[in-house]
Ligand binder design. Structure first.
Ligand SMILES: [Zn+2]
Length: 490
């Protein structure tokens, strides 16, 4: 029997109560639980997932039938992938020892029969919202951890967490700000382990690299960007919530209510600007799809003023990863796409253009799904790689514009009603100058496509229409962009 995957769940539950389906029951009423539909198909139990599976099965003790996953609608199962399972009441995840692709189907199972009645089955070792909350409790009072707690609450009342790691005995003045966002996408639990590996290294390691990083940087972690989606096991595109990638698109915030908690990116944008002062040296948006057949890639500044620093960084991370763990590295030195030449709507794009960060999307490669230690180790390699570029980046205190001949400053700043911008253009061109609020919504268009010659220009601006608060001025001349954080006083 083969049922269409959109057969209503209630009908399928009824089918499973029927004798032909045996006594196995599937359920997903738990943190991160998700299955879409199931059916008996010959001597196998067929699963038709829309999104990554994390399902509770009861009645499986001694079960000998294989399980099969339908690979339609881009559900990514690779030959050699191993589903994981754990028994109720145990925390350790184990591999299914068999898994192979056969046309549209991925068949898997264990040659040893399940020894207990209830097991949890998952695509990759899960990192649930509950795991996140436990991690936050574990680190919150550590000496190198600061400001650990919710940055906002989701539409369904879950915390969007953040925390900082730095050496509290060293003043923040002159420190680099590094932003790490992870887990926009439910399936990408390896990304959470990578970020956790970064944090664990920075918090707990006593070696010279971790010590120097704590002394010279403030790491800002936002480790679970989409707690509701993770809880429900829904990936953004398919969960009916709208993509969390697109929440970072320029202009997105114009289309939603200012404080609508359904849009987690708003919470993160505000937190990042507040906590970094709007100047980020390096930013990582950590993804990692365990079923991806593509080599992982960076998405960063391949061309433009930051390209040499980007190359230094990805090479350093990759070499460190290989040295720590052996080849091949989980993090190859490939910058697959160019932030400057694509219309990316992701967090790295926003970070780069709003804060000046050298920003990347990371897609670390897949490893066996219970090898979370290896995945966490990639986090350490990222941290150690960062040391190679700290000297190439300017910090908040030097207040120098980014490495770019286009400069933008404002006098006075903070200001009351009037501010005068001063810019210098390396060459003439069509100039755009706009002021955005901290959610990325345009507040005022100051200059709209006016032709300016090269050299120094002054632009007077009356800000009577702006409410007191912090804003970002963004100047664009051709492909060059310069930003300036502004504060409007009452
Ligand atoms: Zn992703």
């Amino acid at each position: 029997m083969l049922f269409h995957r959109h057969v209503p769940r209630i009908l399928l539950l009824w089918l499973f109560a029927a004798p032909a389906a045996g006594q196995i029951q599937f359920s997903a009423d738990f943190d991160n639980g998700r299955f879409d539909s199931t059916a008996v198909r010959g001597d196998t139990l067929a699963l038709y997932p829309d999104v990554p599976l994390h399902v509770r099965m009861t009645g499986v003790r001694g079960e000998t039938r294989f399980l099969s996953i339908w690979r339609g609608t881009d559900y990514r199962m690779r030959s050699g992938h191993r589903m994981v399972y754990r028994y109720e009441g145990e925390s350790a995840w184990q591999h299914c020892d068999t898994g192979y692709v056969d046309g549209e189907w991925y068949h898997f199972g264990s040659t040893a029969q399940f020894a207990r009645d209830t097991v949890y089955l998952a695509y990759w070792t899960p990192f649930t919202y509950g795991d996140m909350s436990e991690f936050m409790q574990r680190i919150a009072s550590h000496a190198h951890v600061r400001n650990a707690g919710p940055r906002g609450i989701t539409a369904q009342g879950r915390a969007i967490y953040g925390f900082e790691v730095t050496d509290a005995a060293v003043s923040d003045a002159g420190k680099h700000h590094v932003v790490v966002i992870s887990r926009q996408h439910c399936v990408e639990s390896p990304g959470n382990y990578v970020a956790q590996g970064m944090a664990d290294f920075l918090i707990n390691d006593d070696g010279p690299a971790a010590e120097e990083l704590r002394r010279r940087t403030v790491f800002h972690f936002y480790p679970m960007a989409s707690p509701d989606l993770v809880y429900h096991g829904c990936d953004a595109e398919k969960g009916g919530y709208g993509s969390t990638n697109r929440q970072w698109a320029p202009g997105f915030a114009d289309s939603v209510a200012l404080d609508d908690p359904a849009f987690e990116a708003n919470v993160l944008r505000r937190a990042i600007m507040r906590e970094t002062g709007g100047k980020v040296s390096i930013g990582f948006d950590v993804h990692s799809h365990p079923g991806s057949i593509a080599q992982w890639y960076y998405w960063g500044a391949k061309s433009g003023p930051d390209s040499s620093a980007a190359t230094v960084l990805v090479d350093a991370i990759s070499q460190r990863d290989a040295a720590l763990h052996g080849t091949p590295p989980l993090l190859s030195p490939v910058i697959a796409q160019d932030l400057f030449s694509t219309s990316c709507d992701c967090a790295d794009h926003w970070l780069h253009f709003t804060t000046g960060a050298l920003a990347f999307t990371l897609e670390p490669g897949s490893v066996p799904p219970t090898d979370v230690r290896r995945t966490e180790g990639a986090g350490r390699a990222i941290c150690e790689g960062i040391l190679s570029v700290l000297d190439l980046r300017t910090t908040v205190d030097t207040a120098e514009p980014r490495v770019s001949a286009l400069t933008l400053v404002g006098f006075p700043n903070p200001f009351h009603e009037h501010i005068e911008f001063e810019c210098s253009l390396p060459e003439g061109g069509e100039v755009q100058l706009a002021v955005y609020d901290m959610l990325g919504r345009k507040a005022v268009q100051v200059v709209d496509d006016a032709r300016y010659g090269s050299g120094r220009q002054r632009i007077a601006f009356s800000a009577a229409s702006l409410r007191p608060g912090v804003y970002v001025a963004v100047m664009t001349v051709g492909k060059k962009v310069q930003t300036l954080l502004l504060q409007r006083l009452p």
